[in-house]
Design a protein around this ligand. Structure first.
Ligand code: ANZ
Ligand code: ZN
Length: 809
């Protein structure tokens, strides 16, 4: 057993802190590198293996960059508001504030035990008034700009969490937090107008160094769709309505139209005779999630309204139906149905015996979804799909019954929550003045401590008279406070800005500082945030830019996701399955560096995988071995040799090969291959220190390089070793070693040079020369030059490692 243990961890953590080794140098923002890991949610009381997998390797990357000369800013904090603390409170009676503060305390200690270079003096905690004051300020700025508004809308409601959810928080029809099936409720809620930025959010994705999959998810979520709107008139009525279609070329194939059950039009067009059936259908469909309603395979349902609509292209009368496969919140909430060319319409028409008219040639069976030449479309017959779209939109435009239209799937961000543990929305309602923003100098609107927060579907703050009753900032008359709180994603939509200027009590942040410190250069966290946090933060940055508070377009230039560490059984870790890995126990046994090294060596960073006790044991032995080799290296070396012999050359090759490999792989977050290289280097060192004759000076250089490339991955252990072999504090003030390309040229090989198939000569070349270089070397040989003088070289064939044949005429 080696000497490395948590004692060494603690020793170095203390020294680092005392010497302020990681303090961010604010005078040097030119070389700054803002490295950010998604901050923790202090709900579970402790850090789990997933936290370590996010933070440990990224800290190693940051250390690697520090040694390359960057001025590292790596802050940490807590995303401290939110449902889990409140749900825990409901279960146990412990107030969310008390449990959250306690958890933060524990987690901070654990984070420190990890030995990461966090800039704790820049910490932010979102549930502290000095933070949420500015979250409220952000809300008010958006409100001033018309980017925050209140409206009644059918919203997603989780009956178990007793709160509304943003669209993004509904996963496969269930609540993102608890999985309970989400239902629709008509409620008046606050929204942020993220849709004003749909186009920019989509376009700027192209320039970001983000995982392609994440970009694709955001693109899909934003869902830009180019089509047309066509106006249908309701027969025997003044009512008209628009439909959105991406296939305006199929307009002559419309055999019915469909309204979403929630569409305000539904009530308008339903005749007395069909009222009851439609009402009943509306109740039924409110229970279905949007995802379910859009499913292609689900059996279609619907009811007739009793009314008809006029097709703007040919004046034909078609029945108006209500069906829940049409969503109220997309396009216009109304669809022109073309059963011959659309799958859902086809299924619906077949079920309800509605006519099917084919209007586009192409395709083999119904529905004929392809584009093709128009048929049954009057004057448009014979046109291609593209031509037909143009011609039909022109016709509609000339009649003022239609136009081109771009639609987005993205909806405005619903931010009000009927829960206690969040930032109060800084709005008051006055009988005289209506909705009034709380003036900035009255912020924060403090969250009261004594509140009955047991959920009953209403906002707990409504029960606090002291909170609710206030005076109008405008007229001084009696007024009531907004009792909803902000979605915690609002808190996390701007925390990366506050980090850089976290103690500012006059402003959310100083634009001058922010513009120097941001954007974040490397952001790392779980992929589950693709369409929530990562989208919201982009929106907030852009909105603040447009208000003049900052001058960059994107918050996170480069993004990486870590994979998931699974239990030893290959299943997701969960307490109920009993397959969780407690980092604390392992740290105690092996030390933080062994734990960190194992996470980096045992898993592909973006893939993750199943935990293995054997794996961490092997890493522990590896660390012991390094210690032995380094110890040996300081014993009986003699300085007798001056020229490099074979053993030295070999070690020198591995040394340079490792430096090159680790530099390249660390850059790419390929930590597992970095560690593999370091293992090879260890083997080579071990071999060399066991040689009879050693070159002490050369060995010392190799060991110095070795510890320097090991340091980011095993920071405590490496500091200790660096000191042990007689160097000064700290290895992290050392430059990252450079490799010598010459040392990477491996041994030479002999190859034959033929001219027209006959061997002319043999030469020695380095074994890793590329074909082009081998060719050049061969043609450059004096005897070859003489032999081919005055002749034409037709071809040169290189057979790697063996021969070159020069064909001449
Ligand atoms: C007629 C048609 C014919 C359509 C055809 C498609 C194929 P994307 O690409 O997602 O934008 N649609 C429009 N609004 C809808 C709503 N609120 N709920 C459900 N479906 C809706 O899809 C646009 C197409 O989805 C539109 O084009 C419309 O059906 C349908 F052969 O119009 B189409
Ligand atoms: Zn008033």
């Amino acid at each position: 057993m080696g000497n490395y243990s948590t004692k060494i961890d603690e020793k170095w953590q203390k020294i680092w802190e005392d010497k302020k080794l990681y303090k961010f140098d604010e005078s040097n923002t030119k070389e700054k590198l803002y490295v950010l890991e998604m901050f923790s949610y202090p709900s579970g009381a402790k850090l789990h293996a997933g936290h370590w997998f996010n933070y440990g390797p990224v800290d190693s990357w940051a250390r690697f960059k520090k040694m390359q000369g960057y001025n590292i800013f790596q802050p940490m904090g807590f995303d401290a508001f939110g449902l889990p603390a409140e749900n825990y409170a409901i279960k146990t009676g412990v107030h969310p504030k008390d449990s959250t503060l306690k958890n933060i305390d524990t987690m901070e200690k654990q984070l420190r035990a990890m030995g990461a270079m966090f800039n704790w003096d820049h910490e932010v905690v979102t549930c502290f008034p000095d933070y949420y004051k500015w979250t409220q300020w952000l809300f008010l700025k958006l409100y001033e700009k018309g980017l925050a508004y209140r409206k009644k809308a059918p919203v997603n409601w989780c009956p178990s969490c007793n709160t509304v959810l943003a669209n993004e928080q509904v996963v496969d029809g269930g609540c993102e937090r608890c999985g309970t099936e989400v239902v629709k409720k008509d409620l008046t809620q606050w929204f942020l107008k993220i849709t004003d930025y749909s186009d920019e959010l989509l376009e700027k994705l192209d320039d970001l160094d983000w995982p392609e999959k994440t970009k694709a998810m955001q693109r899909h979520w934003i869902g830009k769709s180019k089509g047309a709107e066509a106006t249908f008139k309701v027969d025997n009525s003044d009512v008209t309505f628009d439909v959105f279609t991406t296939r305006v070329d199929t307009l002559f194939g419309v055999t019915y139209v469909v309204l979403a059950p929630e569409s305000p039009l539904t009530d308008k067009v339903t005749t007395a005779e069909y009222k009851e059936a439609v009402e009943e259908y509306k109740v039924q469909s409110a229970k279905q999630s949007d995802i379910e309603r859009q499913s292609l395979t689900r059996e279609k349902t619907g009811v007739f309204t009793g009314s008809y609509a006029i097709n703007p292209a040919n004046g034909k009368k078609v029945p108006i139906w209500v069906a829940d496969y049409v969503l109220a919140t997309y396009g216009t909430g109304a669809v022109m149905a073309v059963p011959s060319h659309d799958e859902r319409d086809f299924a619906f028409a077949t079920k309800y015996n509605l006519p099917i008219i084919r209007v586009v040639e192409g395709g083999h069976s119904l529905p004929y979804t392809e584009y093709g030449t128009l048929v049954n479309s009057g004057e448009f017959n014979g046109l291609s799909g593209k031509e037909a779209k143009e011609a039909i939109v022109n016709l509609l435009s000339s009649k003022k019954l239609g136009h081109w239209k771009v639609n987005y799937r993205l909806r405005d961000w619903l931010v009000s929550r009927q829960r206690y543990w969040g930032a109060p929305i800084p709005i008051v309602y006055c009988e005289k003045c209506g909705t009034v923003a709380v003036p900035e100098e009255q912020l924060p609107v403090e969250l009261p401590y004594d509140v009955e927060f047991a959920p009953d579907g209403k906002s707990p703050l409504a029960k606090s008279e002291k909170f609710v009753n206030t005076t109008c900032p405008h007229c001084g008359g009696p007024a009531k406070r907004e009792v909803d709180t902000l979605d915690t994603f609002v808190c996390s939509s701007w925390y990366y800005l506050r980090y850089a200027d976290n103690k500012n009590s006059d402003k959310a942040f100083d634009p001058e500082i922010i513009n120097k410190m941001l954007p974040v250069d490397k952001y790392v966290g779980g992929p589950e945030h693709a369409c929530m946090h990562l989208l919201y933060a982009r929106f907030v940055t852009k909105a603040l830019r447009d208000m003049g508070y900052l001058n960059f377009d994107e918050p996170f230039l480069s993004l990486r996701h870590q994979g998931l560490i699974l239990g030893p059984d290959g299943q997701k870790m969960s307490k109920s399955k009993g397959n969780t890995i407690s980092p604390d126990d392992y740290i105690k046994e092996y030390g933080a560096d062994v734990f960190r090294l194992y996470l980096m060596f045992g898993f592909d960073y973006t893939e993750g995988g199943a935990w293995s006790d054997d794996g961490i044991k092997a890493i522990s032995k590896f660390v012991d071995r390094i210690e032995r080799v380094l110890h040996q290296s300081t014993e009986n070396t003699s300085n007798t040799k001056t020229t490099m012999d074979k053993a030295e050359k070999e070690l020198n090759f591995i040394r340079n090969f490792s430096i090159k490999g680790v530099s390249e792989d660390a850059e790419k977050f390929q930590f597992n291959t970095c560690i593999a290289r370091i293992m090879e280097f260890t083997n080579a060192l071990s071999k060399y220190v066991n040689e009879d004759k050693k070159n002490a000076e050369f060995l010392k250089q190799c060991i110095n390089d070795f510890i320097r490339i090991l340091a980011p991955f095993a920071p405590h252990f490496s500091e200790e070793m660096w000191l042990n072999i007689g160097n000064d504090f700290s290895v992290f003030n050392e430059p990252w070693p450079k490799f010598d390309p010459k040392a990477l040229i491996k041994d030479e090989v002999e190859i034959a040079i033929q001219i027209n198939g006959k061997i002319k000569t043999r030469i020695n070349i380095s074994s890793d020369l590329k074909d082009a270089a081998i060719k050049e070397t061969a043609l450059d040989d004096d005897s070859v030059k003489n032999a081919i003088e005055g002749k034409n070289v037709v071809k040169v064939i290189v057979i790697k490692g063996r021969l070159v044949n020069i064909v001449v005429k």
